[in-house]
Ligand binder design. Sequence first.
Ligand SMILES: [Fe+2]
Length: 256
Amino acid sequence: MSTPAVFEKSRTIKTVGLNTEEVRRVAEAEGVVRVIAPGLTAHGFADFLNTLGTPMFTEGETPVVGLPDLNVVTNVGRTSKPRSVYHSDTTYVARPPSYAGLLAVEVPERGGATMFLDQYEAYERLPEDLKSLLNGATMLHSATGVTLGPDAETSARHPVLRRHPGTVRTSLFLTTPARCSNLQLASGEDRSDLIAPLYDHALNSKSIRSHSWSNGDVIVWDNRCTLHAADHSNVQGNRTLFRGLIRGEVPTAADT
Ligand SMILES: [Fe+2]
C-alpha cells in the first residue's frame, strides 16, 4: 500500500458534537472531523448524515439491511486481505460526494485505522510553475474494479485544481491513478504523464490525520479536499464500518 513518507507529522482530528453546522465547518476547513455522539444508532447516523445534504449510493456496494443509503465496509468473510490505496470516493460521476461518513460497528483488536491527507496542503505545496501549468487543466475520472449497470455513470471529467465552494480554497483534486487518465491542460495539450507524479506528490504529505477506531466512533470527511485510505497492513479481527455519502456539486475549477 502507498503510504506517506512523513508519519511523524501526524495531525490531530478535531472533535465536535452532533451539530450539522459544526461538522460542516470543521470538515470543510480541516478535511476530516470526529463527531462525538455516544450511543448513536445506525439509523441515527443515517439521519444525521442526511442533515448535511442529499444522500447518494455508489452502485456495486453492499447496502446496510434496512438502511439503503448506507453501505457496509467490512473485512468479514473475505478470503484475501483487503487493499486500500489513497483515494477520493466515487469521483467518476458528474457530481461526486461532498461529504462522507463512517460509523464503526465492529472494530478489530488491532490495526485498521483510517488515514486522511489534506489536499489543500497538497495544492499549496506544488511548485509555482506547476500550479500555473495546471491552471484550467482537467482530468478524466473513470470507474474501475466495480460492476455497474448499463445506465450507470462510469466516467466524468473534473478540474485538477478545484475551488471549494465553502472555504473558497483550492485543492488538488485527484484519486488513485488507476481511475485517472487523459490529463489535459487548458491549451488542450495532453499531459497524462503528470498523473503519477501528482499522486506521489499528494501522498508525500506532512498533513496526515489518522483515526484508530473504537466501537460507535463517527468520522465525517470532506471528499472534495482529502484523500483517504484504510491501513489493512496489521489488522487482527473483524472490522466493519457503515458508510454514507452526500451528493456534492459539479466541481468548479479554481481560478488561480
Ligand atoms: Fe473510500
